[in-house]
Every structure is written in C-alpha cells, then in structure tokens.
Design a protein around this ligand. Sequence first.
Ligand SMILES: NC(=O)c1ccc[n+]([C@@H]2O[C@H](COP(=O)([O-])OP(=O)(O)OC[C@H]3O[C@@H](n4cnc5c(N)ncnc54)[C@H](OP(=O)(O)O)[C@@H]3O)[C@@H](O)[C@H]2O)c1
Length: 362
Amino acid sequence: MQRALAAARGVRGRTSPNPWVGAALVRDGRVVAEGATSPDGGPHAEARALTGGERGGTLYVTLEPCAPFPGKRTQPCAEAIIEAGIERVVVALLDAEPRVRERGVELLREAGIEVEVGDGAAEAEALLRPYLKHRETGRPYVIAKFAATLDGRIAAAGGDSQWITGEAARERAHEQRDWVDAVLVGSGTALADDPSLTARPGGQTAERQPLRVVLDGRGRLAPEAKLFSEPGRTLVATSHEASGAWKVAIAGTGAQVVECERDGAGLNLDQLLAALAERGVLSIWAEGGGAVLGSLFEGGHVDEVWAFLAPSIMGGDGVAAVGGAGVTRAADAFRLRERTIEELGDDLLVRGYAGDWSPQLQ
Ligand SMILES: NC(=O)c1ccc[n+]([C@@H]2O[C@H](COP(=O)([O-])OP(=O)(O)OC[C@H]3O[C@@H](n4cnc5c(N)ncnc54)[C@H](OP(=O)(O)O)[C@@H]3O)[C@@H](O)[C@H]2O)c1
C-alpha cells in the first residue's frame, strides 16, 4: 500500500476533476507493477498497473476501484481487475463519489475476489481531501495561506509586503501552487502587488499552471495587469457593479469573467466556490489578502491553513493576515487541528486543518 500511495502522491492535482489514485500489483511477495491515474480521460491507476498481461496476484489500490455508470468514458476498473484474474484486492478508502461508492467493492466480491478495505486509510484520506470534499459537498477544498510577521501582519501600513518570509518559505508556496487547481486573491492584492500568480517551483515556470482567480467586484483591475498575460488561465469574479465595457476589456485578455452576487463583505463566496467546483476545481490555494481570508474564514470555507511566520514585528497599522469582523471572545478563535510546525530557514510554517468539514468516516 505504501508503494500505491507513493504512486498516487506523484500525480496529486494532475488528474482533476478525477481523484489521484495509485495502485501496486504484488505476486509471490514482490511488487511486479505500479500505476497511477492519468490526466482526465486516460487510463486509471488500476488499468496502468495491470498492463503486463499476466494473471493473478494481490492488487493494492488507494481508492475503491470504479464501477460502471452511465456516461463513463474509461473502462470501469472493477471490470479490468476481474478480467485480469486478480485474486485479492486491498483498498485503502471507499469512494466518496455517490455513483460508485461501495459498488466497485461489491462487483469484485460478486466475482469471487477477496476484498479488504482500510489498509492505509488515514494516509489515503489525507492525500485525497480535496477530491473527497468536492464530491461530498460540491465545494472545493480551500487552503488559506499567508506569510506574516510574528504580530500577524502580511503587509506594512503602506501596503508593501515584499518580502516578509525568506526563500525557503517562498519555495514551499510555489510547490503548493504547482499541484492545486486554483490560486485565489482579492483585488486589493492584485492592485497592490501586480502579482503573476504562476507556479515556479525551483525557479522554473511550471508547464501546468493553476487557474488564477481574482475577486474584483467593482472592476478595478486593468487589462494590462501581469496576471492576464502569464501562461495558464485566469478567471475574474465580479458583480453587477462593474461596467459592461470593463467586462468586455477583461474578457478580451482571454480571461473568463464570472458574475456573482454581492453580500456584506464583497462577492458571495459560496456562490463563487460552487461555480468553481462545477468547473472541476477541487483545490484552492487562497493567498489573501487579509480581507479575502477574513471572508473565507467567516463563511466557514477554509479547510486547511498554511501560516508562514517570519521572526519580525511590524506593529502599527500593517495589514492583518485575517481581516473581517473576527471573533468577539478569545475562546471562539479558529483553532487548527492536527497541526504541524516546521522550520524553513529563519521562518516557521504552521499548518493544520480548520473548519467543520472532514472526510466522512468509512
Ligand atoms: N504576505 C502575504 O502573504 C500577503 C498575501 C496577499 C496579500 N498581501 C498584502 O495584503 C494587502 C491586500 O490585502 P487587502 O486585505 O487589502 O485586500 P484583498 O483581500 O487582497 O482584496 C480585498 C478586495 O477583494 C474584493 N472582494 C471581493 N469579494 C470579497 C469578499 N467576499 N471578501 C473580501 N473581499 C472581497 C473587494 O474589492 P471589491 O469590492 O472591489 O470587490 C475587497 O476590497 C496588500 O498590501 C498585499 O501586499 C500579503
């Protein structure tokens, strides 16, 4: 199962809107084949591990093999496993997709194959959280990221935020951009920093770029902004308050313009997140700024937090990492679950899960 999990990790985020799955085939105590899901429409992990033509053995797979359903484009994995004469299948997690949940396992058992569920479940679940949330709730998995001083400032009073954290922290952020489906910022950040929002792990512009999402309810961004000319796609969420001419100009850059309703703090985030999920966005790396992160927390949309903390203090009127109204009692603060702390050069990375959603127990 560890080999299957490693194969799945190797294609994380590359298979959206499908789950990233790994499989390993064992015969006579040896791993004889491994496979991982291909990008959308290509063969699934199990099919890739079963290409050798030999029969029998135990197949380890990180997610329940898929069953047939109307409109399915690839051969159902359960059928491929039966055809390959596999004797035993070990599944880490049952699928969250209602059309196949438990049906894949049932099909295998009906064909006389021994099936075990649960080995490696915790690791598979942690790896597949974006997929599981998307299928369970119809919303993407949101990771809130900020780089702050010890007193929680993400920019100085004048708006300058470059650079609060060091090279190692920035590299980790690029590694994250490299697998997520979308990177999201507010118009305040887009106007202050004119960011490119591209994934540049190891200093190289990645071949696959995440969708860039900017929240610009009043239509303040110029079509000349850098993010419109970078490789990859851009989506601008706006409202009726932006002029028609502006929307035409933004669409003219090749960006997609999506209109949302407005509520208290800005655009209706639940509506926007639902629209992104419908477009196959499973994971969002939300980079701020403070106003947008405040709204995401207040709306209960944040599933995971990545806080990069620099050993520095700004004081005064610097921009708060998380804005909005906040809580009135300290006891009501958002607390991270299963948190980890890492040192990255001079900085710290504090990570953990947030919010009410967690994968349904098997
Ligand atoms: N260190 C870091 O990690 C980091 C990261 C990002 C940004 N920053 C810094 O943060 C500063 C910008 O932060 P900011 O708080 O001023 O701006 P922001 O959060 O980037 O953008 C806020 C704007 O987004 C729009 N928006 C649309 N829907 C919204 C919603 N539901 N909730 C909140 N805003 C919504 C609003 O403008 P409309 O009304 O026009 O729609 C709002 O004014 C900059 O100085 C930047 O350098 C630092």
